[in-house]
Design a binder for this molecule. Structure first.
Ligand SMILES: [Zn+2]
Length: 654
């Protein structure tokens, strides 16, 4: 299948009380609107999280207000196909409220024996009011719906939602755990069984859908990227930046990770035209959605805009106009996106699962410094990276120790902070000689301050500055360069029974190292990235920059002037072309919401790009081809982009 590039996903879940589902739906008009927007693929619910089906089902529960005989989903598929628009069927596998109402025995049971209600949901007014147990007879039911949809409609794939893997203590799960020799009273066993259950459901669905054999798209939301490539056939990066779970630090991280996991599979960048799923009354500005999509495009992802259609079937003109404008803007650059790869110098290591604040801030700092980097997990091949960053709390399991040993042996450099590099029991650094420091204890002062010394004295203003996070206590080994020291407070933050030690200014410089350098490792004993998350103190970023500078002198890209710290610069490459994507948008916290209202101008952006032996013939701006004068010497090309508004793409042909 020629995989589509521009996608719309309709997140439609409709209450049983809604009186007119699909009554105003005109499939031909809808498909015309999708065509007008410029989307090539539509994701649309065959079954929503309320448990209702929108297609002509013999097995499932039709939405009660759909007109008799109306095949909402089927009409949509037929009208879209007439216009060469593909449709994937969305089915929610973990949530299905109406099925829970009718079959309480299909619902998850919590450890206390009551119906399970996720603690992360703070009220009953949530799609998670009832959660289905995928080991109950519900499993066969959902499998039969997927089979029915596949057999009945010429869909191009399936987007399957809510593989939550919450532990369940229903009869089916408890018996299942015991059968595998697991102990239902042991939380770890229950968690592991829930994950096994989600994976085995994905496998059974995969056996029905056969995505690789039948050339269909399949993705299970909630499973890891690596699992999805096993059971499914593409990757989806669900990421609304306005949603507290994600924010503006999630997409830069996920995009840099997913591109290292996918081989030839497409990666969709699923943002939204609204602030939140289920928010029917918002339309984000074109600049806000473009920022998400350009960032995704620069990192090899394909645009997918999350949307709602009114339950009556009306697709509001205001949405069509906005999305059409956005896709037209992004599409101008398509020839420079296709099959582009991202050359990089460095990688940040994380578990591959949920990102910690430290991980997010490592991505943010390196982005602010305009470094070119991937995010990798322990399974990636690290051999192409000059530097590996271990942010704050990367403890070295046996598996990681073996990989780090190999990386160091091949000449790789490491930037480590805080506890990173310690063994899992936090007894010692696994590579003490390479790290150049000996572990003493997990935490020093509260609060810890720092000052720089020697050649690095002037890196920060002349006063002790706060780390805003914990420092590990270490001692430098002979030969290690100490570039900064921890400064102790007069006393720790504490309550001593009589006095509250709230005011804790710095006292004296200690001999405890803050930043150290060896040939291969730059180490900061403070949790630099966690500190940046707390206070965004720019001097912490200056420390990070100096650490990188010690490890390698010539980063791939330097923005010498013209782009602010919040501007982003990403290098990509096609045969014969190196490209620099410049993004100048500023997410602003306005009241309780993070918004981007407009694209910002940037002028005279001076760029220096490392060429690694290439000879540049021409530099121009895409898409209009405006020529840019350039100079090439010492394996670098330098040029100045006169102006951009929001997004600009400079191309160096070689
Ligand atoms: Zn169960």
């Amino acid at each position: 299948m020629a995989h589509p590039e521009y996608v719309l996903f309709f997140d439609n879940h409709t209450m049983q009380a809604c009186p007119d589902v699909g009554h105003k739906f005109d499939a031909e008009l809808f498909a015309d609107s999708v065509k007008e927007i410029g989307a090539e693929l539509v994701g649309f619910p065959a079954k929503c999280n309320q448990g209702f089906c929108y297609y002509d089902t013999k097995i499932g529960i039709r939405h009660p207000s759909m007109k008799p005989g109306h095949d909402y989903f089927g009409d949509l598929v037929a009208a879209c196909r007439k216009r060469d628009i593909k449709v994937t069927a969305y089915l929610n596998c973990g949530l299905s409220n109406e099925d829970g109402v009718r079959h309480p025995d299909w619902c998850q049971i919590g450890k206390n024996g009551e119906f399970f209600h996720s603690e992360v949901m703070h009220s009953m007014i949530t799609p998670y009011a009832r959660i289905m147990c995928i080991n109950s007879p519900y499993r066969q039911y959902i499998l039969s719906l997927i089979k029915e949809v596949k057999e009945k409609y010429p869909v191009s794939g399936f987007l399957l939602d809510s593989f939550n893997a919450f532990p369940c203590y229903c009869r089916h799960c408890v018996e299942g755990m015991r059968k595998l020799g697991m102990d239902p009273e042991n939380d770890k066993d229950a968690e592991e069984y829930a994950i096994l259950s989600a994976k085995s459901l994905a496998q059974e669905i995969s056996d029905i859908v056969q995505p690789r054999k039948d050339d269909l798209l399949m993705y299970c939301l909630g499973l890891s990227a690596r699992d999805n490539l096993k059971y499914g056939s593409y990757l989806e990066c669900e990421c609304l930046p306005t949603y507290p779970n994600w924010g503006y630090d999630a997409l830069p991280l996920r995009s840099r990770y997913l591109r290292t996991v996918a081989k030839d599979e497409p990666v969709f960048n699923m943002t939204g035209r609204f602030y939140a799923w289920g928010d029917f009354g918002s339309l984000r500005t074109a600049a806000a959605v473009e920022y998400d999509l350009f960032l995704g495009r620069a990192n090899g992802m394909r645009p997918n805009i999350g949307d709602h259609i009114h339950p009556s079937g009306l697709y509001h003109r205001g949405i069509v106009d906005r999305l059409k404008e956005i896709y037209a803007t992004v599409k101008q650059y398509d020839p420079w996106y296709r099959d582009a790869a991202n050359p990089v110098d460095m990688a940040i290591l994380f578990s591959g699962g949920l990102a910690t604040n430290s991980m997010k801030m490592a991505v943010r700092m390196l982005s602010e410094l305009k470094m070119q980097f991937d995010c990798v997990d322990p399974l990636n091949d690290w051999s192409k990276y000059k530097v590996l960053v271990l942010p704050d709390d990367i403890l070295l399991t046996d598996e990681l120790q073996a990989k780090i040993a190999e990386f160091l042996k091949s000449g790789g450099k490491i930037l480590a902070t805080g506890e990173s590099g310690l063994d899992p029991e936090k007894k010692q650094f696994c590579f003490e000689k390479e790290w150049g420091v000996k572990f003493r204890k997990e935490k020093t002062f509260n609060p810890a301050y720092f000052s720089m010394t020697g050649d690095y004295k002037d890196l920060i203003p002349a006063l002790p500055l706060s780390v805003y996070s914990d420092c590990v206590e270490t001692e430098a080994l002979p030969g290690t360069i100490v570039a900064g020291n921890i400064v102790a407070p007069y006393y720790d933050h504490k309550w001593d029974g009589v006095y509250s030690y709230f005011y804790t200014p710095p006292n004296g410089v200690t001999d405890l190292p803050f930043v150290t350098f060896t040939d291969q490792v730059a180490y900061c004993s403070g949790k630099l990235f966690d500190g940046y998350n707390t206070a965004a103190s720019v001097e912490l970023r200056d420390i990070c920059k100096a650490m990188i500078g010690h490890l390698f002198a010539d980063p791939m890209l330097k923005i010498e002037s013209g782009l602010p710290s919040f501007g982003r610069a990403i290098v990509s490459e096609q045969p014969g072309r190196l490209m620099v994507h410049l993004l100048n948008y500023l997410p602003e916290k306005r009241g309780e919401m993070l918004i981007v209202e407009e694209a910002l101008d940037a002028f005279n952006v001076k760029i220096k790009l490392r060429l690694d032996g290439k000879a540049v013939k021409r530099v121009y701006l895409a898409p209009n081809g405006e020529e840019i004068p350039f100079e090439q010497n010492d394996d670098h090309v330098t040029f100045t982009v006169p102006s951009i508004c929001g997004y600009g793409l400079a191309v160096a042909e070689y």
